[in-house]
Design a protein around this ligand. Structure first.
Ligand code: GUN
Ligand code: ZN
Length: 426
């Protein structure tokens, strides 16, 4: 069946972070044609109606049709401990995160949280994400099963740790390798799912475990690898103590085969010049998690200098991040950029939450934009979802000015419809 979504449309012909806001386009009365899970065409509403007269029409009026949001770094097992008060990274992990992650050996609990999390994500317009799971294979099975049932393009992996974590949350180098490999062989490239090799961060892995996961990545270089890098100053000092031979934090990954073009490095706030140069040379991706960085008190990501030079994705980092919404996450990215005196344009913020995150995950040709041939993961937004937003938006002189109040103030009430793989889920 061919379907035609009518409304305002936002799409991109390039990267607004490199090419400027002109790479973003707005069609005031547009149409997006969808068939068999793919986007077939986009253009003026009248032209789309005339070319596809047999299509079933979904008229969203002034609603804004966009590619679905892509959350490039999230910990779905932390869904129930979001907004835990009063700690910085290491104490926050020990006090809140590890006790909760301990529960995911129970497949029923893992399934319950995975389903709750994915429904929350879809409610907020997030149609794809790259998630950490826990040490337990059950937590990976639960997540992928729930994502597959919803038809989602989803990325995830078993979070490996073999030191500096409590009993019950530690594996070994061999178990990390064997279980990750078994999960990879079962889930990778099944339906729209991708397995991601996932050492949590170098403080919770011995060199032997990092080496084992580096070996697994070398055997499956098409897989993504995700980890954390230079999030907080105390953490970096800890890494220095644990790896006295390392030149810097990135070197603790590089030395064990965990730096590569399919690597995703979360946070990356306090980088040394050598680290930046190596990340650029390797064409690695950084994932900016702004609500987490302010919530846990980590620091201010340097978007203006990094984004033009390497791929940067945007992420909630739930539950270190304080919100499931990529709208709120864009707002936080804007605020951090303001504190660095480099404001981001609304087109750049929207790109970060869609196309840039897709490129970080190496699926920029499939999701994250509206273009013929791409997968039909689409959302429709109400740009007047509350009276205050409606009032500000009504005074706008341009589309970008009309969109910005939704970026800064809207929540899940702004998400009017969600399409995944060409199916209307909400
Ligand atoms: N570093 C290592 N693990 C984590 C985590 O779960 N959340 C955040 N924000 N940082 C981490
Ligand atoms: Zn994280």
């Amino acid at each position: 069946m061919t379907e035609l979504l009518l409304g305002q449309v936002i799409h991109f012909s390039g990267d607004p972070l490199r090419d400027g806001p002109e790479a973003a386009h707005h069609i005031a009365q547009g149409g997006v044609v969808v068939a068999d899970g793919r986007i077939v065409a986009l253009g003026e509403a009248a032209a789309m109606r005339a070319t596809y007269p047999q299509a079933q029409v979904h008229d969203y009026g002034a609603g804004l049709i966009s590619a679905g949001f892509i959350d490039a770094h999230v910990h779905y097992p932390q869904t129930a401990i979001i907004a835990s008060w009063g700690k910085r990274l290491i104490d926050w992990l020990n006090a809140y995160t590890f006790p909760e992650e301990m529960r995911f050996g129970d497949p029923a609990y893992a399934a319950q949280v995975a389903n709750t999390y994915l429904d929350l994500a879809l409610d907020h317009g997030t149609t794809s994400m790259c998630s950490y799971c826990t040490i337990h294979s059950e937590s990976v099975d639960a997540f992928f099963t729930a994502a597959e049932a919803r038809g989602m393009r989803a990325f995830a992996g078993k979070t490996c740790m073999d030191r500096n974590a409590p009993e019950g949350l530690r594996d070994t180098p061999a178990r990390a390798y064997d279980q990750s490999k078994a999960l990879l062989e079962h889930w990778h490239n099944r339906a729209r799912l991708s397995y991601v090799i996932t050492p949590r961060f170098s403080p919770t892995s011995t060199p032997a475990q990092l080496e084992a996961l580096g070996a697994l990545w070398a055997e499956h270089p098409d897989c993504l690898m995700q980890t954390h890098l230079s999030e907080q100053v105390d953490e970096i000092a800890w890494v220095k103590g644990l790896f006295p031979e390392a030149r810097d934090y990135l070197d603790t990954y590089e030395a064990f085969g965990l730096l590569g073009p399919n690597g995703l490095y979360g946070h990356a706030i306090h980088l040394e010049p050598r680290e930046i140069d190596r990340l650029i040379e390797m064409d690695a991706a950084l994932i900016h998690c702004p609500t987490s960085n302010t919530f846990i008190g980590s620091g201010l990501f340097d978007m203006a200098h990094l984004a033009p030079r390497l791929r940067v994705g945007l992420a909630t980092d739930t539950g270190g991040g304080s919100n499931f919404s990529m709208l709120r996450t864009m707002a936080a990215a804007y605020e951090i950029a303001q504190l660095r005196h480099n404001p981001l344009h609304p087109a750049q913020l929207w790109w970060l939450a869609t196309g840039a995150s897709a490129k970080a995950l190496r699926v920029g040709d499939r999701i994250g934009n509206i273009a013929a041939g791409m997968e039909a993961d689409l959302i429709v937004l109400d740009l007047a979802s509350t009276p205050v937003i409606a009032q500000r938006s009504a005074r706008a002189d341009s589309f970008w000015e009309a969109l910005f109040p939704t970026i800064m103030m809207a929540d899940d009430r702004a998400i009017s419809s969600v399409w995944v793989n060409g199916r209307k889920l909400r």
